[in-house]
Design a protein around this ligand. Sequence first.
Ligand code: UDX
Length: 437
Amino acid sequence: MNISIIGSGYVGLVSGTCFAELGNKVICADNDAKKIALLKNGRVPIFEPGLEELIKNNLKKGRLKFSTNIKEAVINSEVIFIAVGTPPLDSGEADLTGIEHVARSIAQNLTGYRLIVEKSTVPVETGERVKHTIATYVKRKIKFDVASNPEFLREGTAINDFMHPDRIVIGVESKKARDILTSLYQPLNAPIVVTNIKSAELIKHASNAFLATKISFINAVSRVCDKVGANVEEVAKGMCLDKRIGRAFLDAGIGYGGSCFPKDLDAFVTISENVGYDFDLLKAARRVNEEQKSFYLKKIKDALWVLKDKNIGILGLSFKPNTDDIRSAPSLDIIKSLLQDGAKVRAYDPQAMLKIKNEINGITLCKDPYEVARHADCLLVVTEWDEFKELDFKRLKKQMRCALIIDGRNIYDPEEMSKFGFKYISIGRPSRKDGGK
Ligand code: UDX
């Protein structure tokens, strides 16, 4: 099929490239000329494992094209995906300016039937707005369909998530739209859930809100574990063998971050409020997530007493491993608070150093974990990169002024850390096997 994707951010770029890999002819459009120039040369502005290679390969095969020209994209495609950003406004609502703008541009360039598909995460009823906007601005009477096809890919595993999804959701209003999208996704061999447009829009918000709530739930349980000397990992293990619960998203830590969960929860709370429902449960999930960072900071203060002039080393800055993304990363709030208290912060992350440099002043960036540990009074594990799981702990300890690790992601075994001679504090897990504090 001839496809275009308007908006070459995370979702647009990965989806467009994967559609090309499946044999479609794809134009990825974006109004950021710098970004498009980079992409035309096979250079990728984001870090996503495997993406650059896939882009280069599909550029070479002539299946993938990048353009700043939305008209070219609309004229040459049967299906047009809208994948522009929907950033949060101060009110928590999603800013739909980009979506409206693209809908108008599509209308003004429409020459024949097109299927216009929302891929960005949008509030329920946006599909109706898009349909109305296109109908208003289209020059003559041309048939078109609007559909919703939310994307569930995760940063760091985006290509695999796109190619092997648990399900594909398509919200449609006509048989033609349903047939086009079903045949586009047929090569993926995944279950396809066909719904109306509003349900599809809600599935995305409800799924992200549910996953975020699951994380907040286990984080709340970890607080109780900490108080009584139980182990949150054992609790999660005991819970997850019940097939109705499952193991995924039951890792306690310093809370979720990233470009989706915080923003989508805010948006879903506001959407619900706007239609007259107070989604208290999500507000609580959000609150637990915020508290988790304060709770971690309290652990640091309890252990170090006064933070002024203490050397604190940070392992990991991105909101999760395998990405350079620091949007709403817990590291940001944690570092800012430590600096405010007068601590000296050294940090290392395999990918996110450049981004943190532009975001926070006053920290020293180091070339590896051992340099971070030099003269440190305490080391904090903030992101669970694999690289941190296999450190030379003897070497690490030698570098440190005090052998103290406060692990916000529970990546080490407390017993082993104690054998290496560290004082080891983690989340919802006792330092001793018998639950003693
Ligand atoms: C999420 C959704 O998973 C994806 O389906 C949607 O399309 C976009 O939002 P993403 O933000 O890339 O994806 O990351 P994800 O892997 O879901 O992790 C989100 C956050 O939750 C991270 O900060 C992570 O550290 C945290 N997390 C995840 C936990 O704290 N505990 C867990 O058990 C799982």
